[in-house]
Design a protein around this ligand. Structure first.
Ligand code: PLP
Length: 410
């Protein structure tokens, strides 16, 4: 029997969210993560996955997972500090450190936990943390949880950060930003941010969930893409559930940094280690990231094709050169209507609404992958043109003000 008083207390917030077109519902997949999906029993071409390089269902990754499960079983059985740290975890950490040219790397079970663990181990009461206002929720939550004085600065604005840093009297100062912003697709100005941080003896941490594997000549991420060094960004966090196609995350840096996290990161210490089979699968996908640079080339081609086509259609592209290609909409209802119209045309795109993005900045978050074919991107563009026309019609031909031709940044 459900608890009536509990349910009565919970219902109003649910009803309000539903009334405001902000309600979330989950869709059920009956296919691997790949462009051709089966969603709630229907075939769809997906443009909302973070599987940017098409590795989530790659045969070599699947085989590595299967073989490791045969050898190690499924569960890791315990946390890393008790008895859950397997040879596969250890080898993956060494390979990640080698790939990034850093002394060490440390695996976490998720990116959310890596951010919580790193930030709370590095700063606390009496310290200060400075975050870009569009940082990922996990980085913002980490800052709040740390107990350090929490301050946001304007998006990608080193001058605003500088003004904030000038005023602080905190003991330690940590600046944390996304490398590639998850809902906007733009890249943080890391050279400028690191210069400002350095001038004020603050440390810079980058969450490269969407850059690692995709950006840079070798796929090492946003720092490589921008030519930024470890001295400039001593704390580097990457996730494994996006371009690497598996699950988990890591922090890479000096031996002192990693030992500090092992000793003091509560979200590292008090949780069960990832499955060793996931670590083994990730070793296989890291090998593909390193050896198959063509995946990044194809991804860039799809991004260029999409942007050119969308521009011709007069869609409101945002200022992004990465695999995240949002189309700015504005109103929540309109974003939902566009996503629904796309779905009737066999295309699955997520309508991203508050609180994931600031109020009034709803958007279609389109993500591209090296696994998409040229003709799938063509199909997406045609469906976008049709859907926009349909929603404009339903809106009483209210064409344009919020869905016009100029490139916009919120
Ligand atoms: C996805 C994401 C995370 C969280 O990573 P998980 O492994 O999914 O928990 C953290 N930061 C950013 C920027 C992300 O996009």
């Amino acid at each position: 029997m459900p608890h009536a008083a509990l349910d009565a207390a919970l219902r109003p917030a649910l009803n309000e969210r539903r009334a405001r077109a902000l309600y979330r519902r989950r869709r059920t997949l009956a296919s691997p993560q790949q462009p051709e999906l089966v969603v709630d029993g229907q075939p769809r071409v997906g443009f909302c996955s973070n599987d940017y390089l098409g590795l989530a269902n790659h045969p070599a990754v699947v085989t590595a997972f299967r073989n490791a499960a045969g050898r190690y079983g499924v569960g890791s059985g315990a946390s890393h500090l008790v008895c859950g740290h397997s040879a596969e975890h250890h080898a993956l950490e060494e390979e990640l450190a080698d790939f990034l040219g850093r002394e060490r790397a440390l695996l976490f079970s998720t990116g959310y936990m890596a951010n919580l663990g790193a930030v709370t181990a590095l700063v606390g009461k009496g310290d200060a943390i400075f975050e870009d206002r569009l940082n990922h929720a996990s980085l913002l939550d980490a800052g709040l949880l740390s107990g350090a004085r929490f301050q946001r600065f304007l998006h990608n604005d080193p001058h605003h950060l500088k003004r904030r840093l000038e005023k602080t009297t905190a003991h330690r100062q940590l600046v944390a930003v996304d490398g590639v912003f998850s809902m906007d697709g733009d890249i943080a100005p890391l050279s400028e941010l690191s210069r400002v941080a350095h001038e004020h003896s603050a440390w810079l941490m980058v969450d490269d969930a969407h850059g690692f594997g995709c950006l840079g000549e070798t796929g090492a991420g946003t720092l490589e893409h921008l030519g930024v060094t470890e001295a400039e960004v001593p704390i580097y966090m990457g996730t494994l559930g996006k371009a690497l196609g598996t699950a988990g995350a890591f922090v890479a840096g000096s031996d002192a940094l990693i030992e500090t996290l092992i000793q003091f990161s509560r979200s590292y210490i008090y949780t069960t280690a990832l499955s060793p089979a996931v670590a083994a699968a990730t070793r296989a996908s890291l090998k593909l990231v390193r050896e198959e640079g063509w995946r990044r080339t194809v991804l860039q081609e799809r991004i260029a094709q999409f942007r050119q086509g969308a521009r011709q259609l007069g869609l409101n592209l945002m200022a992004s050169d990465t695999a995240i290609q949002p189309i700015w909409v504005g109103e929540d209802e309109r974003a939902l209507a566009l996503a629904n119209a796309l779905e009737t045309r066999g295309i699955w795109v997520a309508a991203i609404r508050p609180p994931t993005v600031p109020p009034g900045s709803a958007r279609l978050r389109i993500t591209l992958s090296a696994a998409h074919s040229e003709s799938q991107v063509t199909q997406l563009l045609a469906a976008l043109a049709d859907s926009k026309a349909e929603v404009d019609r339903l809106d009483g031909n209210r064409s344009g003000a919020d869905f016009g031709t100029d490139e916009v940044t919120p």
